[in-house]
Ligand binder design. Structure first.
Ligand code: HEC
Ligand code: HEC
Length: 311
């Protein structure tokens, strides 16, 4: 029999062909994956708001209809309207949120997100969504979580505790004013809170988009903040920080009760908004007396070191 020889040649060619194919495939893996984007994977995320449980799967059509136009099908802020919008829609793949009751750097609670969706974000294109039922909103909160793995590996932060608000007094306002100066809020917000401090024009958010500090003097009785409108909401803003923006958290430097004094002073910067703080100020003819720190012990002589004077 001499047919074995061509058979061997054929199988050798076959083996070579397989090797060749494997090599081509190996190289092909270095090529970028091209083609249409894969469908969004709706992970089975949940949210819990009071006794309502939200399910991501239930929000799929609401999200596509009402949210994707700005936030994008993939939650990456690439909706078709995003290019026209300033500030940009939130990129849910990073899971950095402005409106939190939780410390800076942590995830917000489900309730925080739920409230934001209901409230909308003033001074931005994020609309007020009061057309939804609570269940729909809870489902949307769960849906937002499918976009970032942080929601699978981290828990929401523990909400900060806010002590009861002390009465508004001239002294409280005056102490708040001293804190506003000392903590250099004015560097961004301006000495009169008009959003025009010396650093204001240079600020950018964490995605390198320009961002302006809040102008307290603009707006009237209806003026609100991005994350609410009550005195408690203002307290939360500077004690938790506006994450993803240059607006820091001052939780480490302000004592809880001092924070209320700052809240009372900030209200007086809202010159066109009626408030109990402005009433107190009006009764004092609009003059905030300089703050006198009664609790500070008188400096001991040993503390009075002359500049450059050795020990
Ligand atoms: C017209 C555009 C637009 C639409 C539609 C829209 N958003 Fe937004 N959204 C924004 C913008 C802009 C921001 C960021 C505002 C800012 O940073 O001040 C935002 C921010 C958010 C945030 C982040 C809040 C935080 O604490 O940082 C959430 C959550 C959110 N949107 C949810 C939704 C949901 C849910 C829908 C659909 C029901 C929706 N948005 C529809 C524009 C939009
Ligand atoms: C480095 C600059 C910077 C400093 C310092 C700063 N802020 Fe801000 N602040 C900002 C920016 C920027 C925003 C706007 C964030 C946004 O629009 O998302 C802001 C927003 C705010 C808001 C409104 C947020 C809202 O929901 O609309 C309050 C209240 C506020 N700051 C208070 C303070 C106080 C009080 C201090 C000092 C203890 C302070 N800020 C110091 C940059 C700063």
């Amino acid at each position: 029999m001499n047919s074995w020889k061509p058979m061997r040649i054929i199988s050798a060619i076959f083996v070579l062909a397989i090797f060749g194919l494997l090599t081509v495939l190996a190289f092909a893996q270095d090529e970028p994956a091209v083609g249409p984007k894969p469908p969004v994977v709706v992970k089975p995320m949940e949210s819990h708001i009071g006794n309502i449980t939200g399910h991501a799967a239930a929000a799929k059509s609401d999200y596509r209809r009402y949210c994707a136009g700005c936030h994008g099908d993939y939650g990456d802020a690439s909706g078709e309207n995003a290019v026209w919008i300033d500030p940009k829609p939130r990129d849910f793949t990073i899971a950095t949120f402005k409106c939190r009751s939780t410390p800076t750097g942590t995830l917000p609670t489900d309730q925080d997100l739920f409230d934001t969706i209901k409230r909308g974000i003033v001074n931005s294109n994020m609309p007020i969504w009061n057309v939804f039922t609570n269940q729909q909103r809870a489902d949307l909160v769960a849906y937002i979580k499918i976009f970032s793995p942080r929601w699978e590996t981290e828990k929401a932060g523990t909400p900060i505790t806010i002590p009861a608000e002390p009465p508004v007094t001239l002294e409280s306002i005056s102490h708040g004013q001293a804190l506003f100066a000392k903590l250099e809020c004015w560097k961004c917000h301006g000495t009169h809170g008009e959003g025009n401090g010396p650093s204001a024009s240079t600020l950018t958010d964490s995605l390198d988009n320009p961002i302006r500090p809040y102008n307290f003097a603009a707006g009237g009785n209806d003026s609100r903040f991005k994350c609410g409108s009550t005195n408690q909401d203002i307290y939360k803003i500077f004690m938790t920080g506006v994450d993803g923006t240059p607006m820091p958290s001052f939780a480490d430097v302000i004592q809880p009760n001092d924070a209320w004094d700052l809240v009372h002073f900030l209200r007086t910067l809202q010159i066109h908004r009626h408030s109990k703080e402005n009433d107190v100020l009006l009764a004092a003819h609009g003059v905030i007396p300089p703050y006198q720190d009664k609790s500070a012990p008188a400096a001991a002589p040993a503390d009075n070191k002359a500049p450059g004077g050795g020990q």
